[in-house]
Design a protein around this ligand. Structure first.
Ligand code: SF4
Ligand code: SF4
Length: 146
């Protein structure tokens, strides 16, 4: 008998509590993104793929020396005005551990880590990136994350 009255009093209270939670969620804006048409914008410090501003590079090779997995390689040549110019700058993405040391050590901020995060491929050759190619990440880059 005691339990019957207890349920009679607390039952509706619990029901109201549940309805409050439901109502609160009804009026809260959804945070779910409609992936893959909508993409998450990465944070400022996100470490994506290695990218390069070739004009800023002074060919000091500090990034190449500090890389723990040897995934960076560059060559330079003498330009028409007898100044050094970049000939090639390769990045073996499959070896990269995204430690960010290369970007940290670069004295001119020529090397940086972009915001691209969808980097799956079935072609292993695509993981060897020519950093001097301006369209190197065109396939992976989405306008909202580039
Ligand atoms: S992020 Fe680290 S592993 Fe990747 S290229 Fe830079 S130094 Fe090398
Ligand atoms: S550390 Fe920077 S400036 Fe030096 S070679 Fe690497 S990208 Fe170029």
């Amino acid at each position: 008998m005691k339990n019957y009255f207890k349920r009679l009093i607390f039952g509706p209270i619990d029901l109201i509590k549940g309805l409050i939670v439901t109502f609160r969620n009804l009026i809260t804006p959804a945070i779910t993104l409609q992936y893959p048409t909508q993409k998450q914008a990465m944070t400022q410090r996100y470490r994506g793929l290695i990218d390069l501003y070739p004009v800023k590079c002074i060919m000091c090779s500090q990034c190449v020396k500090i890389c723990p997995t040897n995934c960076l390689a560059l060559t330079h040549k003498e330009g028409p005005d007898k100044k050094k110019e970049l000939e090639s700058f390769k990045y073996k993405m499959e070896l990269c551990c995204f430690c960010g040391l290369c970007a940290q050590v670069c004295p001119t901020a020529a090397l940086y880590m972009n915001k691209i995060y969808e980097i799956a491929t079935s072609n292993r050759k695509e993981l060897e990136i020519n950093l001097l190619n301006p369209d190197k990440y065109a396939e992976w880059a989405h306008p909202t994350v580039r």
